[in-house]
Design a protein around this ligand. Structure first.
Ligand code: DNO
Length: 355
């Protein structure tokens, strides 16, 4: 595995490449052209400029998170063929710039969903949290408003104000899209992009729906072992793989995370590793990466990745906000650096213990 950290680009991130480089455990960044809208082509020049900036800082690009998918593709409407053509062009440009991993998601309207961005824990740190009760009491159009005051002046991934201004229309677009339709639209998209992925060896790594169930009555499909296998079978190509995100699949306590990892051998191209603390089945908060701070056995998760010979990038995922840092919720430097160190420690111990 390679330890990486997500970086949103110098225009958007409070964390610098220098800080990432000095984290020592981390050798690569997972990045994106954050101001690109879904459906837009990423030019080679833009990709090269990003790459140069990262490389000048002594790091390299380990993968892209995300090249976002236009809602016309997810709903199978309007200009989907045009947007797929643009997506293929972007993949081609990434391939030519020697980038071989793309994380994306197929979540309708909202990307990941949290009901609090700064829940205070006993030690004074703040974390992202979710309660089903809060979602049930909210009309979807108010979702953005309800969390935007806690964004610390940053733009949260998937919660771009431009998109959120059209939530109502987006909901209408999905009104006749059920789970089977969403699967069909995903299949259509994957079949069209697989040739370019094969040509340039680009591994597509779908991110799970977070939380791993339907919110606001929208269909959500990348939620459990059965559905991921359905997705992989419907376009059976190693380039059609997954981002294994413990914090997203883990929202559903019926998901056995180590067992899922083992069943996905060869198809996990990227891993997000983080812990959650459950207060009840539908009230959870994001904990420190450390097993004893949350509800997951992080050793078993890392061990499963190690056992399947996982060789792709891992990134510590959302961190707590600690030591008075002001950053994008979940994406400060300090707690993610602690997470990277912890995961690397687990990995080294497992690795040497087995030799
Ligand atoms: C949240 C992230 C997601 C993820 C996308 C991938 O913090 O894990 O926004 O990047 O779903 O496309």
């Amino acid at each position: 595995m390679e330890m990486t950290m997500r970086w949103y680009g110098s225009k958007f991130d409070t964390v610098t490449l220098k800080q990432i480089r000095q984290t020592a455990y981390v050798t690569g960044v997972i990045t994106t052209l954050y101001d690109k809208q879904p459906g837009e082509v990423w030019t080679r020049e833009e990709i090269r400029a990003l790459k140069n900036e990262v490389e000048e800082a002594g790091l390299h690009i380990s993968g892209i998170e995300s090249v976002n998918i236009h809602d016309d593709i997810k709903t199978g409407k309007g200009n989907r063929d045009l947007y797929i053509k643009n997506y293929i062009e972007t993949l081609e440009n990434l391939g030519k710039e020697d980038i071989h991993l793309v994380c994306y998601n197929f979540m309708p309207v909202f990307d990941w969903t949290r009901t609090e961005l700064a829940r205070r824990r006993a030690d004074g740190s703040t974390v992202l949290a979710y309660t089903q009760k809060a979602v049930d009491e909210l009309v979807p159009e108010k979702m953005f408003e309800s969390i935007s005051s806690d964004m610390n002046g940053t733009v949260m991934p998937g919660w771009e104000p431009e998109r959120m201004a059209h939530v109502k229309e987006l909901f209408e677009m999905y009104s006749d899209v059920d789970e089977d339709k969403l699967f069909d639209n995903l299949k259509y998209f994957l079949e069209k992009i697989m040739p370019v992925c094969n040509k340039y060896d680009i591994k597509m790594a779908i991110h799970p729906d977070d939380p791993a169930w339907s919110v606001f009555g929208l269909p959500r499909i990348i939620t459990n072992m059965e559905n991921i296998h359905r997705m992989m079978k419907m376009v059976d190509d190693e380039h059609n793989g997954v981002t294994f995100c413990s914090g997203s699949y883990g929202t559903n306590l019926d998901n056995d995370l180590p067992a899922m990892i083992r069943s996905l051998k060869g198809r996990i191209h990227f891993a997000h590793v983080r812990n959650l603390k459950f207060n009840s089945r539908d009230d959870f908060e994001e904990a420190a990466h450390l097993s004893s701070d949350g509800s997951f056995d992080m050793y078993e998760i890392v061990k499963a990745l190690h056992d399947i010979g996982f060789s792709g990038p891992i990134r510590p995922d959302h961190g707590r906000m600690i030591w008075d840092e002001v950053a994008m919720p979940g994406y400060g430097l300090y707690d993610r650096a602690l997470g990277a160190a912890y995961i690397c420690g687990l990995w080294e111990a497992i690795d040497k213990g087995e030799r």
